[in-house]
Design a protein around this ligand. Structure first.
Ligand SMILES: NC(=O)c1ccc[n+]([C@@H]2O[C@H](COP(=O)([O-])OP(=O)(O)OC[C@H]3O[C@@H](n4cnc5c(N)ncnc54)[C@H](OP(=O)(O)O)[C@@H]3O)[C@@H](O)[C@H]2O)c1
Length: 574
C-alpha cells in the first residue's frame, strides 16, 4: 500500500497556483443519513469559470494541472469531465490528486462497524412505540449521537488533514516527473481545502499563490413583474472578476520580553510561547535608561499590521525598576505606534491578583461576608505583598502590611517609609507594622479577619502555637510553595480547610493554579486584542475574578441520568 509521505523536491522549484473552485467537491466516506442530493447539481464548473481558466492557462503556461477527485471514480474524472476536455485542448496534462483508493477503503472498512451500530440504533429508535418511556428514547439518541460524533470526527480528520496531505503529496509526485528546473502547477481546490493544502505545500518549500475568481450575480434594479424562473434568469447578469490574490504575508506574533534582572525568567518566556506567541525575544538588564532604544527599534520596524502582532512584557524581580521601565516604554510610544504592554515583575502582579481574587471568592462561597468589609494583614513586604496591599486598600479594606524579617535593623522606619510610599505614589492608606517576634505577629493576627502570607519562599512565619492563640474565625492564605510553607500545617491544595478550629486555609497551589491561568489569559488577551493598552495588576484582578466566575458557572453544570429510571414506589397499602 502506498504510504503518505511529504518529500520536498530536490534541485527543482515548484510553484503551485491554487485556483478556488466555485463549489466544494463532494466527498464523504460514509453516506450521510440525510444525504442532500441537490448539492451535486451545483458541482459543475460554469462556463464563466472555464473561460477564466482558459485565460489563466494562457497567462501562466502551467506544466501540469490537478484537481481533487472527491467522490468521482477515476474513469468519471477522465471521461465525463468538461475540465479534462479543456486541459486536453490546451495540451496541459491534467491529473486528479486525492486520497488513494486503498487508503480510503481501509478507513471506510474501519468505520463500517460504527456505521452498522449507528444504523441499528436509528432503527431501534424508529421502531420505538410513541408511548415508550422517554428515558429509553433519551438513551438511544445519546448513544446514536455519540457514535455519529465518532464517525464525523474520523470523517473530518480524513477529509481535512489526511486528504489534504494526500493532495499535496500527489502534486509533488506529479511534479517529480518533469525535468524542468522550474515547474508550475495549476491546482483546482475546493474553498475549504485551500489553506490546508497551501500550508502543507509551503512546509515542503513549494511557492504557493492563491487565485480567487470572484463571481457576482447582477440583479436588475427594478424587480421583474414575472414570477417565471425563465424571465428571472434572463434579467440576471453573471460577472466574473478574475482576482489573483498574492500570498498574504502572515506576521508572526512577537513578544519583546524586557527583564530588569540579569537573567530573563524562563517562566514567563515558556508561558508566552504556550499562549501562542511565535517569537519571544528576551532582553536582560533592561533599565529605564536603555529601554527607549529597544522600544523604538521594535515599533518602527513593523507596519500597522505587524504592530497589531507586537507586544511588550516587563518582568524582573524588582517592582520599582519594572515600573520605571514601564513609564519609559509608554512615553516612547505614540499613535499609531502604540502596542499592548504587560507588566508583571517576578510574577508578583498576577500572584497578588490571584490571591486577592481567590480569597474574595472563598469568603463569598463560604458565606463569610464581603472582602471589602474586612481588616486584612499582609505578611511580607516584597512585590507580592505590596501589590496585594494596594489592591485590598482600593477595594476598601482596612489594610496592614507587616514586615517580619528579624534581620531588618531599621524595621520601624522601614514600615513608615512604606506607608508613605503607598499614600504618595498609589493614593492608598495602608498601615505599616514591624512584627519580627511571635508576640507582635499574634497581636497583628488578632486584629485581622484575613491574613495574607506573602513572605520569602521556604520560611515559616506562622506556627501552630500562634494560630492556637486566635479566638475569632479567620481566613489565612499563603503563596509560599516551597517547604516549609509560610503557615505550619497548611497544605498546598487547601481551599478553605479548617486548619485549626475556626481558621480556614488557602494553600499556595490553589492560588498558584489561578495565577498560572491568569498570566496565560493575560498573554493571550494581549496577543489577540492589541489596543495599545497596559495590562497591570488592576486588569489582572478583574480577569482573575472573571476566570473564577466562569469556572464556577461551568463546574455547576453537571447533569447525570441513570438507566433504567428508578420505579416510583407504590403508595397504596397491600
Ligand atoms: N506562585 C507563584 O507563581 C509566585 C510568584 C511570585 C512569588 N511567589 C511567592 O510569593 C512570595 C513573595 O514573593 P515576593 O517576590 O513578593 O517577595 P520575596 O522577595 O520573595 O520576599 C518577600 C518578603 O519576605 C520577607 N523576608 C525575607 N526574609 C525573611 C525572613 N528570614 N523571615 C521572614 N521574612 C522574610 C521580606 O519582607 P520583610 O523584610 O519586610 O519582612 C521580603 O520582602 C514568595 O514566597 C514567592 O515564592 C509565588
Amino acid at each position: 500500500m502506498k504510504s503518505l509521505e511529504i518529500v520536498p523536491l530536490e534541485g527543482k522549484t515548484l510553484k503551485v497556483i491554487i485556483v478556488e473552485k466555485e463549489y466544494s467537491e463532494p466527498f464523504w466516506l460514509i453516506e450521510p443519513p440525510t444525504k442532500d442530493s441537490s448539492k451535486n447539481v451545483f458541482s459543475e464548473p460554469s462556463i464563466a469559470f472555464r473561460s477564466f481558466l482558459e485565460r489563466l492557462i494562457d497567462e501562466v503556461n502551467p506544466d501540469f494541472a490537478t484537481d481533487e477527485l472527491g467522490n468521482r471514480s477515476s474513469k468519471e474524472f477522465d471521461q465525463n469531465n468538461v475540465l479534462t476536455q479543456l486541459f486536453q485542448d490546451k495540451k496541459v496534462p491534467f491529473y486528479w490528486v486525492d486520497i488513494n483508493e486503498e487508503a480510503r477503503s481501509y478507513i471506510v472498512s474501519s468505520l463500517d462497524e460504527k456505521k452498522q451500530l449507528r444504523d441499528s440504533i436509528a432503527k431501534a429508535l424508529k421502531e420505538l412505540p410513541s408511548d415508550a418511556d422517554s428515558i429509553k428514547r433519551e438513551y438511544l439518541i445519546a448513544y446514536g449521537q455519540g457514535i455519529q460524533q465518532e464517525i464525523d470526527e474520523i470523517e473530518r480528520e480524513t477529509k481535512f488533514s489526511v486528504r489534504e496531505s494526500w493532495i499535496a503529496m500527489e502534486i509533488l509526485e506529479k511534479a517529480r516527473k518533469f525535468d524542468e528546473e522550474r515547474i508550475t502547477c495549476l491546482h483546482l481546490s475546493s474553498p475549504e481545502h485551500i489553506s490546508g493544502v497551501k500550508k502543507i505545500l509551503e512546509s515542503a518549500d513549494v511557492e504557493v499563490e492563491v487565485v480567487r475568481p470572484i463571481k457576482k450575480l447582477i440583479f436588475p434594479s427594478t424587480k421583474t413583474s414575472s414570477e417565471k424562473l425563465e424571465d428571472l434568469l434572463k434579467s440576471i447578469q453573471i460577472q466574473v472578476k478574475p482576482v489573483i490574490k498574492k500570498t498574504v504575508e502572515e506576521y508572526p506574533y512577537i513578544l519583546l520580553f524586557l527583564d530588569t534582572d540579569e537573567r530573563a525568567s524562563p517562566f514567563d518566556i515558556c508561558m508566552a510561547y504556550d499562549a501562542g506567541y511565535n517569537v519571544v525575544m528576551p532582553y536582560e538588564n533592561v533599565t529605564a535608561e536603555n529601554v527607549k532604544q529597544i522600544v523604538q527599534d521594535a515599533i518602527f520596524s513593523r507596519d500597522p499590521k505587524g504592530l497589531k502582532r507586537t507586544c511588550f512584557f516587563i518582568g524582573g524581580k524588582n517592582m520599582e525598576k519594572a515600573e520605571e521601565v514601564l513609564k519609559i516604554v509608554r512615553d516612547t510610544m505614540f499613535p499609531p505606534f502604540q502596542v499592548n504592554t504587560i507588566i508583571d515583575p517576578g510574577g508578583a502582579y498576577t500572584t497578588a491578583a490571584a490571591m486577592v481574587a481567590k480569597v474574595e471568592d472563598a469568603l463569598s462561597r463560604s458565606k463569610l461576608g464581603s472582602l471589602k468589609d474586612k481588616t486584612c494583614a499582609i505578611f511580607g513586604t516584597g512585590a507580592v505583598g505590596r501589590v496585594a496591599a494596594i489592591l485590598l486598600a482600593k477595594l476598601g479594606c482596612n489594610v496592614m502590611i507587616v514586615s517580619l524579617n528579624p534581620k531588618r535593623a531599621d524595621g520601624e522606619a522601614y514600615v513608615e517609609r512604606l506607608s508613605n510610599l503607598f499614600r504618595d505614589k498609589y493614593g492608598v492608606d495602608i498601615e505599616g507594622v514591624f512584627a519580627p517576634t511571635s508576640e507582635k505577629k499574634i497581636e497583628v493576627m488578632k486584629k485581622a479577619d484575613v491574613i495574607f502570607c506573602a513572605s520569602k519562599a521556604g520560611v515559616q512565619i506562622i506556627s501552630k502555637e500562634m494560630l492556637n492563640e486566635l479566638k475569632l474565625a479567620k481566613v489565612i492564605a499563603d503563596v509560599n510553595a516551597v517547604p516549609p510553607f509560610g503557615v505550619e500545617g497548611i497544605k498546598l491544595k487547601d481551599d478553605m480547610r479548617e486548619i485549626t478550629p475556626g481558621i480556614f486555609s488557602i494553600g499556595a497551589l490553589t492560588i498558584g493554579k489561578l495565577k498560572y491561568k491568569l498570566e496565560k489569559e493575560i498573554l493571550k488577551e494581549a496577543r489577540r486584542n492589541n489596543k495599545g493598552i497596559v495590562y497591570n495588576y488592576n486588569h489582572a484582578l478583574q480577569l482573575a475574578r472573571r476566570i473564577l466566575k466562569e469556572e464556577t458557572a461551568v463546574t455547576k453544570l453537571v447533569v447525570t441520568l441513570k438507566y433504567p429510571p428508578k420505579q416510583k414506589k407504590s403508595t397504596g397499602q397491600s
